[in-house]
Design a protein around this ligand. Structure first.
Ligand code: GLY
Length: 404
């Protein structure tokens, strides 16, 4: 079929007058140029594979999950109950998706199953990160039925944290003097509940996600589409306080928080097709992309309003999440499609450069350098962090899909 198609294009070209033929060839060339990938995804994945091969060799104990680097330079590992335990398995699935090499599938399965017992954990809102990143990708890529039950049990655990009186999932047990803190990050755990609604046929998961997202629009966002990190609620659903935990101050725009919001509302639109979520995602994107404190290489400072700009750390994780989110948002926005792809591409070019990508064999086997976990607490400041790698690989795969 393809050959016949190509031959008929060539025959048609030969019958065209010279100038028209030039125009025709020019158009095809122009189209090919426009669609040409600027980011070398193959090279990035080759390096990622080298790093994660080393990571697997250094992590033979599946109760110690790669997280980051300690201030003394040694690897910082965490337990399965830490909110980031699903990202390593998730990244291994992305390596399998890219290479189709069964060695990654086996490793991914091992590190996925290592998180399984968290399905009973009712003490965290992060079960989406912990279970859906590894199990969800594993199920998507293999169809293996054994991944279903842990996710459905986990989704039921997560939904116990939803208080119908307040209309939101509780994030942390307690924070300062807040008894019912909800953080913008929580938007990221709703994707898991949408999957559970589809899989189980139980609409409850869908409805509570929509209610949580609507109340977050109402209470977390400012008029410029930036968001507070934490909103503390009273038992009757009224607001006790709006503040930050990981940002520079209560009224600042913590970079990763903005990225979680962008990703979360893009996902909300994908799942519901309700235009208000698309408007929200586009508003957040505009806030981030047009911010006066945006660095040239598009890798955000850890907080848009950090006090000592430009002498502040960058957060590669916020950039990686944003890049992945914009590549999805581009599918939904005719007007801004090109803008979103160009911005995401610029982020990926920067992240793939030696400034942010570690040399093979360095960086405790993480792919990216220069993320910020929790600067006010002095934790993970300018270090690799496991979720920066995860969203970087996801963005590269989305980018590859788009450029194909
Ligand atoms: N969800 C916690 C963080 O983004 O640091």
């Amino acid at each position: 079929m393809k050959k016949i198609y190509h031959r008929s294009i060539i025959n048609m070209m030969l019958r065209l007058p010279g100038s028209l033929m030039l125009l025709f060839v020019g158009c095809i060339f122009g189209y090919a140029q426009k669609n040409r990938p600027v980011v070398d995804v193959d090279k990035a994945f080759q390096l990622a594979a080298k790093q994660y091969q080393g990571m697997l060799a250094a992590h033979t104990d599946v109760t110690k999950f790669p997280q980051s680097t300690k201030p003394d330079g040694s690897p910082d590992n965490r337990a399965a109950s830490w909110w980031c335990s699903g990202f390593f398995g998730g990244s291994l699935w992305y390596l399998f998706e890219y290479t189709r090499d069964n060695k990654w599938r086996e490793a991914a399965d091992t590190w996925t199953m290592a998180v399984e017992q968290q399905k009973f954990n009712k003490g965290t809102h992060d079960l989406g990160f912990m279970l859906y990143c590894p199990f969800g990708n594993g199920y998507r890529l293999t169809g293996n039925q054994k991944y279903i039950e842990p996710m459905l049990t986990g989704a039921a655990s997560l939904s116990t944290r939803f208080n119908p009186q307040i209309g939101l999932i509780k994030s942390w047990e307690k924070h300062d003097n807040c008894n019912y803190p909800v953080i913008i990050d929580n938007m990221m755990n709703l994707e898991f509940l949408f999957w559970a609604a589809r899989q189980s046929g139980d609409k409850k998961f869908y409805n509570l996600s929509v209610t949580h997202a609507d109340n977050t629009i109402k209470n977390h966002f400012r008029s410029d589409f930036s968001s507070y990190h934490v909103v503390c609620y009273n038992p009757d659903g009224s607001i006790f306080r709006k503040k930050t935990a990981q940002g520079a101050n209560d009224t600042s725009a913590w970079a990763r928080g903005q990225a979680w919001g962008l990703y979360g509302y893009t996902m909300m639109y994908r799942e519901t097709r309700d235009p208000k979520y698309l408007r929200q995602a586009e508003g957040i994107a505009a806030f981030m992309m047009n911010h006066p404190n945006l660095p040239k290489d598009k890798i955000f400072y850890w907080d848009f309003n950090a006090p000592n700009l430009p002498n502040e750390e960058r957060d590669a994780s916020a950039a990686a999440i944003t890049s992945s989110a914009l590549l999805e948002l581009a599918n939904f926005s005719k007007a801004n499609k090109k803008k979103y792809i160009d911005f995401a591409e610029k982020i990926l070019v920067s992240l793939s450069s030696p400034e942010y990508t570690a040399e093979a064999g360095t960086n405790n086997h993480f792919i990216l350098k220069h993320s910020v976990g929790h600067k006010p607490a002095g934790s993970e400041v300018n270090t690799p962090i496991v979720y920066a790698d995860y969203y970087y690989l996801e963005a590269l795969l989305r980018y590859r899909g788009m450029k194909k």
